[in-house]
Design a protein around this ligand. Structure first.
Ligand code: SAM
Length: 312
């Protein structure tokens, strides 16, 4: 199918759609179901205009070309990701992290003579999540560098650039108390500049979870947050990514998913753990039992209740 003018948006043929769908799924995990074909076409067409191509088939072929095609595929993926995020999203879970998980892990690390608690915000978008973690941990009196260290990774380069700049619009603070905004940001004509002191406490890395070679370069972690990311993957990719996280976590380490996400039907390797502020997953210490089905059902019921009340 061919685009004639910049405003033209013809449909992909079914075969073209399936070919793009599979290329994208296998490259970055994002899964476009047939009822999202329109969205995929719109985003592909945007990139085609940028490179002045007007045939879906020719553009699909170009994406296979070593070098230029690979670079273009990365730009297409940037266009396809959903990057919605904001500071202190799912606050109860972040409180569980700063008030319960990090202090407990730190105590264990200290007893074993290990370094700071290593926290990975996987799929961090424009940085609001890892920066929120640093701010909340510091509010608890924990010291970045000695007590904890935060890494943020994303597949989308423009989002990582935004994260490193640390400049945000008002909408990023929909769940942030004004005292925290005043304490950590400078309002410059309606744009909020994060203080350098917080900015330098997150290491940002460009990473695709499906790229096992690059993921292997990242050391093991004590906590992995992967929130509101795997909802865009199909079950097969979700399992693959969750296995990767299992391998990257130290025994006794925590996995925090978004509140609409769970490991039901994905993995039985983790143990569900009840904290004061939340339910989270733990990579069991060898010899520890796994959770029973009752607890898994309890998490599912809580998620269902959240959705009915209009939560995530
Ligand atoms: C909706 S945002 C979630 C941001 C944040 N975790 C939160 O909950 O607010 C999802 C992010 O996952 C990233 N992402 C999607 N697929 C990815 C992959 N294969 N590897 C790494 N990051 C990915 C997207 O680029 C996007 O920024």
């Amino acid at each position: 199918m061919v685009l004639r003018s910049p405003t033209d948006s013809p449909s992909m043929t079914e075969a073209e759609f399936r070919s793009f769908q599979e290329l994208i799924r296998s490259n970055c995990g994002l899964f476009y179901a047939p009822d999202s074909q329109y969205l995929l076409e719109k985003r592909v067409a945007l990139r085609m205009r940028a490179v002045e191509m007007n045939s879906f088939a020719a553009y699909r072929q170009f994406l296979q070309v070593r070098g230029d095609g690979e670079k273009e595929l990365s730009l297409l993926v940037d266009e396809l990701t959903t990057n919605e995020t904001y500071f202190f999203r799912e606050r109860k879970q972040l409180r569980a992290l700063a008030e319960e998980i990090v202090p407990e892990l730190l105590e264990g690390n200290r007893a074993e003579g290990k370094g700071p608690v290593r926290i990975w915000s996987a799929g961090c978008s424009s940085g609001e999540e890892p920066y929120s973690i640093v701010m909340l941990c510091e509010e608890q009196g924990l010291k970045s560098g000695t007590d904890f260290h935060v890494y943020g990774s994303d597949i989308c380069r423009p989002m990582l650039q935004k994260a490193r700049r640390g400049i945000y619009r008002h909408s990023a603070f929909r769940e942030t108390e004004s005292e925290l905004v005043t304490k950590y940001f400078e309002d410059k004509e309606g744009l909020f500049h994060l203080s350098d002191a917080i900015k330098k406490k997150v290491d940002f890395i460009h990473l695709n979870f499906l790229d096992s070679e690059r993921t292997a370069l990242l050391g093991t972690m004590d906590v992995i947050l992967c929130r509101n990311v795997i909802i865009y993957f199909n079950p097969e990719t979700k399992k693959q990514v969750i296995n990767t996280f299992f391998e990257k976590l130290n025994s006794g380490g925590y996995l925090l998913l978004g509140h609409a996400e769970s490991l039901i039907n994905l993995s039985t390797d983790f143990r569900l753990c009840h904290l004061k502020n939340d339910l989270v997953y733990v990579r069991p210490i060898p010899g520890e039992g796994k959770d029973d089905l009752w607890e898994i059902a309890a998490k599912a019921a809580i998620n269902a209740g959240d959705r009915r009340r209009g939560g995530r």
